[in-house]
Write a protein that binds this ligand. Sequence first.
Ligand code: GTR
Length: 324
Amino acid sequence: MNLIRKLTTAAAITALMTASAFAQTVLKSSDTHPDGYPTVEGVKYFGELVKERTAGRYAVEVYHSAQLGQEKDTIEQVRSGVIELNRVSMAPFNGTVKESVVPALPYIFRSEEHMHKVMDGAIGDQIKAAFEGAGLVVLAFYDAGARSFYNTKKPINTVADMAGMKFRVIQSDIFVDMVAALGANATPMPYGEVYSGMETGVIDGAENNFPSYDTAKHFEVAKHYSLDEHTILPEVFVMNKAAFDKLTPEDQAIFKQAGTDSVAKQRELWSAKVGESRAKVEAGGAMITTPEKQGFIDAMGPVYAKHITDPVLVKMVEDVKAVQ
Ligand code: GTR
């Protein structure tokens, strides 16, 4: 009797374990960066929190290193539901979600603290609401520091040094027009093609933060990094809205909270990574210069004049500036 009871209990436990194992839903998330990069780790941390808080019913698998494709393609995948999650930059959404233009504007933020205040507050909520129109739920805004120009040819000290140079930019018209306003030429292309583009001379340079310049090994071919810090462009971690809507209200709250909780973790990893990458690229031969930044700021008038005409965006820009 005792033995039978023991066996039955063991069988019941096994059955339960099997059932819960089968009940687990694994959500796919994409990232262009390699394993260990702060955004990849931020999403992994989100996944751990979700797994813990749903008692293992949900788990997240991060396909890092562009395993699922380049950023623009993976945005299509998450919008159509082929994948449930995605961590990308804000800029490739500029043509789809008009409110995403504002944080991508050159010199809109005075500092990273200013950007945090904006994205963590009412304007951040306004941008989140706008993403729903594109079939996406924003789970987090992550840090990506400041983007600056780098190139294979020469140090850039003033706007005049930019004349006629050819830069790869992230896939957004704001960036194309920003480069034009500086007297240079912009070629939007996928991130994964930038290294060879610079190596073969198709482009003279690109623009990014230190961790990307480091981990994509761009510093190996483009030694001149000029700290013009034209954007403090946040990253965005999104979920397919239909997949989110299928969750129970309790699980939706868990996902949202895990997203919020992963921000602190990502920001902490990010600030450590910036210093680490800067040291690494300098050791690798990169020459970092601080250009005359005011000239870059003053050249941005046409970008604002062209892209900030919609009253909603005009108001948003004013609101961002008013955030202290
Ligand atoms: C990085 C960003 C990536 C990608 C890349 C790019 O800073 O983290 O998501 O957008 O820039 O320039 O394509």
